[in-house]
Write a protein that binds this ligand. Structure first.
Ligand code: SF4
Ligand code: SF4
Length: 97
């Protein structure tokens, strides 16, 4: 049975600091360009809470390896950068195998 690593987003913990997006872009581009990050912080309306959202760039370049690919589990950069517990690493057991 395979295992996959997923990022669980706890929006209520998000402070909108954007460290996650900076860390993502730093690792990908060797420079800071949050527009190229796989995670973006959205406000759905003025005054609303910040909502982190993973986008397609992350799906294409996911930086957290699964234990299946690499015995050493690697914590994704965005999860490591978040100081407020808004991003959490979870291991999903894939029951389809
Ligand atoms: S998810 Fe974490 S690092 Fe990203 S903006 Fe929210 S609090 Fe900051
Ligand atoms: S998992 Fe990696 S690629 Fe995806 S948003 Fe987080 S830092 Fe970026």
């Amino acid at each position: 049975m395979g295992k996959a690593i997923e990022i669980r987003i706890n929006s209520e913990q998000c402070r909108g600091c954007r460290r996650c997006a900076l860390a993502c872009s730093w690792g990908k581009e060797g420079g800071v360009n949050p527009r190229k990050a796989g995670i973006k912080i959205h406000k759905l309306e003025k005054g609303a809470k910040d909502r982190p959202m993973i986008n397609q760039q992350c799906e294409e370049e996911f930086c957290g390896k699964t234990p299946f690919e690499d015995s050493e589990k690697r914590v994704p950069r965005c999860v490591e950068a978040c100081l407020f517990g808004a991003l959490e690493l979870v291991e999903e057991v894939d029951s389809s195998e």
